[in-house]
Design a protein around this ligand. Structure first.
Ligand code: SF4
Length: 256
């Protein structure tokens, strides 16, 4: 199996056995929301190169809380009778290539599938993991049309869009199951921009988009989420006008 180079994601590690260190943000032993319909253990890796303005996991974007891989192993092993997969999330899990590879391998050894939730900033790391047959499902955020300044506005960093496009193409080329997710906030992306994302997917031969309801951070009611009805209408419009499947996910109609 091909080894994933740790330098690609700017991984920063400490401790005596660096190859086993994980900058760990937390572990949720049982989740049913990250991989819809599938019971998963979710491992959150710390660190992210982006600065999305409404980031829910902002506390995981930076900082250090290194653990040995055995901590992840113990918790994943205990949860394994109750789940069928491990989802790597963050932060951006591919910012720690070696840790991502180690955890994916561990999951495989336990007979579990592996899902990756990624912002698409590290196409080379993703490719290496896919080529090593360590990933069963990719959940890729496409936050705006893949052009700057739109993408830079959505992510707080210019230059990410071509990397995301490369991730999309890599998933297609290597035929790994892919869920593309766009999270809609009141001010962005606009309905027109969601349509543009849909067109891009269709042109790449990707035929489904999941539209998610963006919500304020817990305890910070800084905006009303886009109501579920509007997201439903948006999904219908994408289906009708762009000609791809679109579904929406919302916690309920917030009536905003
Ligand atoms: S990519 Fe995800 S973790 Fe990183 S800043 Fe954006 S929302 Fe937060």
């Amino acid at each position: 199996m091909k080894d994933v180079g740790e330098e690609k994601g700017g991984e920063k590690e400490g401790g005596p056995d660096k190859s086993r260190r994980v900058n760990l943000g937390g572990i949720v032993p049982l989740s049913t929301v990250d991989w819809t319909g599938v019971a998963a253990t979710v491992v959150f890796l710390r660190g992210c190169p982006l600065k999305c303005p409404h980031c829910q996991n902002w506390h995981l974007r930076s900082g250090e809380s290194f653990e040995d891989l055995s901590v992840v192993e113990e918790k994943t092993r205990s949860a394994s009778p109750f789940v069928s997969c491990v989802v790597l999330s963050g932060g951006e899990p591919l910012a720690q290539p070696r840790a991502a590879q180690n955890i994916a391998r561990l999951a495989k050894e336990l007979g579990l599938k592996v899902g990756i939730e990624t912002c698409g900033f590290y196409p080379d790391v993703l490719r290496d993991l896919l080529e090593a047959d360590l990933v069963d499902q990719v959940f890729l955020d496409v936050k705006a049309p893949l052009t700057d300044p739109e993408y830079a506005r959505a992510t707080g960093r210019p230059g990410a869009a071509p990397r995301v496009e490369e991730c999309l193409k890599t998933c297609l080329a290597l035929e790994v199951p892919l869920e593309v997710r766009t999270t809609v906030f009141p001010e962005m992306p606009s309905a027109e921009e969601v349509g543009t994302i849909g067109e891009l997917l269709r042109n790449l031969d990707i035929h489904k988009l999941t539209i998610q309801q963006g919500r304020p951070r817990e305890g910070e009611e800084t905006f009303h989420p886009v109501p579920a009805k509007e997201l439903k209408d948006l999904a219908e419009a994408v289906k009708k006008l762009v000609g791809i499947e679109a579904e929406y996910r919302a916690r309920g109609d917030d009536g905003g």
